[in-house]
Design a protein around this ligand. Structure first.
Ligand code: ATP
Length: 202
């Protein structure tokens, strides 16, 4: 029987790296962020609902969503944040399930991982078979995020402080992949969790 597994972790924890390693081991990965971006393309159902609620002001001249503008609104207003989430999160999961079903049709024993930064916050963790959290200490999180080169140290620290705390995320984990060491250590940790999941799947 196939398994649908949620993969999450804080900013810079190493989720994307872990997802790539899982894929190399034979797992399937669904990228929730990518999928979300597809769902809000102009004229899609989620796009329409968002524009209906937030108005044309959150659109770019080419009618795509102005994510920065929308981000600003929901960052300062938790009610508006809930509205946006109630439009996106159920649809994202619906699409994830649809893709999962498609994969399983071809590979009935598939291990399918959803790479989702907001797996727990969205409540979608309840709908997966297992939850894997990638975790590391704060210093490593900051150094990893700096490597990406998009954000300053201050911005990274502020994001970490505004995210759900790692220790709270860990309470939801069926498996924890620690990422405080080098990449070969990470690979070993990933491999051992992958083997455990495979054994469940027999
Ligand atoms: P984000 O939350 O920003 O999407 P992420 O959790 O997906 O980040 P990655 O993109 O996997 O994190 O990792 C961030 C950076 O840190 C990448 O450049 C990656 O190569 C590097 N990295 C992750 N883990 C390690 C490690 N164990 N050793 C060295 N570099 C690492």
């Amino acid at each position: 029987m196939a398994l649908l597994i949620g993969l999450t972790g804080g900013i810079g924890s190493g989720k994307t790296t872990v997802a790539r390693m899982l894929q190399e081991l034979g797992g399937y990965v669904i990228d929730a962020d990518l999928l979300c971006r597809e769902l809000v393309q102009p004229e899609e159902a989620a796009w329409r609902e968002i524009v209906e609620h937030f108005g044309d002001g959150i659109l770019n001249p080419d009618r795509t969503l102005n994510r920065a503008q929308l981000g600003k609104i929901v960052f300062h207003d938790s009610g508006e944040k809930r509205v946006l989430e109630s439009i996106l999160h159920p649809r994202v999961f619906e699409e994830e399930e649809r893709r999962f079903a498609g994969i399983v049709r071809n590979d009935p024993g598939a291990l399918v991982f959803i790479d989702a930064a907001l797996l727990i916050e969205s409540g979608n963790y309840r709908k997966v078979d297992k939850v894997v959290v990638v975790a590391c200490d704060r210093h490593t999180q900051i150094e990893n995020s700096l490597k990406k080169g998009f954000l300053s140290r201050e911005e990274i620290e502020s994001r970490i402080d505004n995210q759900m705390k790692q220790e709270d995320k860990l309470a939801y984990a069926d498996y924890i992949i620690w990422n405080n060491g080098d990449l070969s250590e990470l690979e070993q940790n990933v491999r051992s969790i992958f083997e455990e999941l495979k054994a469940l799947n027999k």
